[in-house]
Design a protein around this ligand. Structure first.
Ligand code: OGA
Ligand code: FE
Length: 274
């Protein structure tokens, strides 16, 4: 693997939580499972991994190669906990950002998750950081999302190149707790992408759990500000050039000060058409 000029001063060795290899198809429930069925049939396998500080290489990194980029792009939304502002102000900003970064002709933001362990309760939609390494879409669920969201247009849109990209941003910075680790997509082997069911009351989604491989190269951007965001290319239908999938997950940073505030972040999911 050719190397980026990596190893900025923030490079750390930290635990990343992978999927333990298994025979059955992995599943997990996002609601109370039927009696006798466990919440999930998976186990985590934690590895100490070198996670490179990608800040010094940020200008060399590309969405088509590594599968993620860092952008300085302040938002005009004053409160990213406000659902109305998220949809009315932040979604269009993310769509524009993705269009500019990719040259896409059409971008549709369709979903978001706000994460903050201090505010997450069973009664709200705020989530914890996702500490299991994964990719948000699989070869099956990527086109399914287009079908679910694009109605009559879907089959036509699926004939041309499309992608699924997330915009991930700290709500408050500098982000010191539970930063996001990102795998260089070129170092992610298909054998390590394990299709896993996410069972919801009304539908079953599919993501990739990721098993460990020492070939994988991991990066993060230390101390992200609320003006910065990461674009993560989770899927790209292009079969040449771009890797089709990527992987990411939150990790416990050994440099996190004891008094650091909890992680506050928002990720927006978007369909991207070329
Ligand atoms: C995502 C994601 C995890 C986190 O943005 O798709 O998985 O902890 N985020 O923010
Ligand atoms: Fe994700």
């Amino acid at each position: 693997m050719d190397g980026l000029a990596i190893g900025g001063s923030g490079t750390v060795v930290a635990p990343l939580n992978f999927l333990e290899p298994m025979v059955e198809k992995p599943f997990s429930y996002n609601y109370e499972p039927p009696p006798g069925t466990p919440l999930r049939n998976t186990r985590e396998e934690t590895h100490q991994v070198e996670i490179y500080d990608a800040r010094s290489a940020a200008n060399q990194i590309s969405l088509d190669r590594e599968g993620f980029i860092l952008r300085n792009a302040p938002t005009a939304a004053s409160d990213l906990y406000d659902e109305a502002q998220i949809v009315a102000i932040y979604y269009p900003e993310c769509e524009k950002l993705i269009a500019q970064a990719t040259g896409a002709t059409r971008v549709l933001a369709f979903d978001h998750i706000v994460r903050n362990p201090a505010r997450s309760t069973s009664g709200n939609k705020i989530k914890l950081p996702a500490g299991r390494v994964h990719n948000d879409y699989t070869a099956a669920s990527a086109p399914q999302r287009v079908r679910d969201l694009m109605g009559d247009e879907a089959e036509d849109l699926l004939k041309r190149r499309y992608a699924e990209i997330n915009v991930w941003r700290p709500i408050r910075g500098p982000l010191l707790s539970s930063p996001l680790a990102l795998c260089d997509a070129r170092t992610l082997l298909p054998d390590n992408l394990i299709a896993s069911e996410l069972r919801y009351p009304d539908r079953t989604g599919e993501i990739y759990g990721v098993t460990y491989n020492p070939r994988q190269r991991w990066y993060y951007f230390p101390k992200m500000t609320a003006d910065e965001c990461i674009l993560i290319r989770c899927f790209d239908s292009a079969r040449e050039g771009a890797a089709r999938f990527s992987a990411h997950g939150a990790f416990d940073d050994p440099n996190t000060p004891a008094a650091a505030p909890p992680r506050e972040s928002i990720e927006v999911r978007a369909l991207v058409f070329f």
